[in-house]
Design a protein. Sequence first.
Length: 222
Amino acid sequence: METMQMSSKEISRLAVMQKLDEKHISQKEAGRILNLGVRQIKRLLKAYRKQGAAGLVSRHRGHASNNRMKAEEKKKALDLLKSRYNGFGPTLAHEKLTEKENLKLSVESVRQLMIAEDLWKPRKVKKEVTHQLRKRRACFGELVQIDGSPHDWFEGRVAACVLLVFIDDATGKLLQLRFVENESFFSYVTAAEAYFKQSGKPVAFYSDKHGIFRVNQAKRTP
């Protein structure tokens, strides 16, 4: 059985994607927790629904970047762009470098080379209007986000369980990780006690709109 390795950022994303997929939180709330735009949240959710946790693991881990340009290819491309293909736009120059010179460069690589050497100037485009993301808190401990993520964490070796995660909003550091049988008020209390002993008292905790933190019973009249 292949073991999957995940970084702390990927574990955080998995926890949020599970909540989003189960409709416990909205895309906007997921973006605020992960400090990502809605477009990125949609991309992550699509990958999670298609591949599960594996869809959130970086494909580039342990591999060199595919866009890394060899020194000799860069030098040859620059020489050709300054001589034979001087005055060409990036798209046409890329076609010639690929078909005539057998250089395996992307259009974007050629464009960036031409911009860096002042061989081509990009047109000014209108700025895309985007919603401003919530800024992270300024200081460590000012806000701690708490969440629970049910998953088959041990790949069938034991029963599925819940991973409780405490994340510092300012630094993104994982401050408390605890496996529990189920997500409940009491399991959070136990995890919070361990957090207090290790990191002290935060200014505030933040959780999604989970029912375990609300009293749903009608108030009794005397």
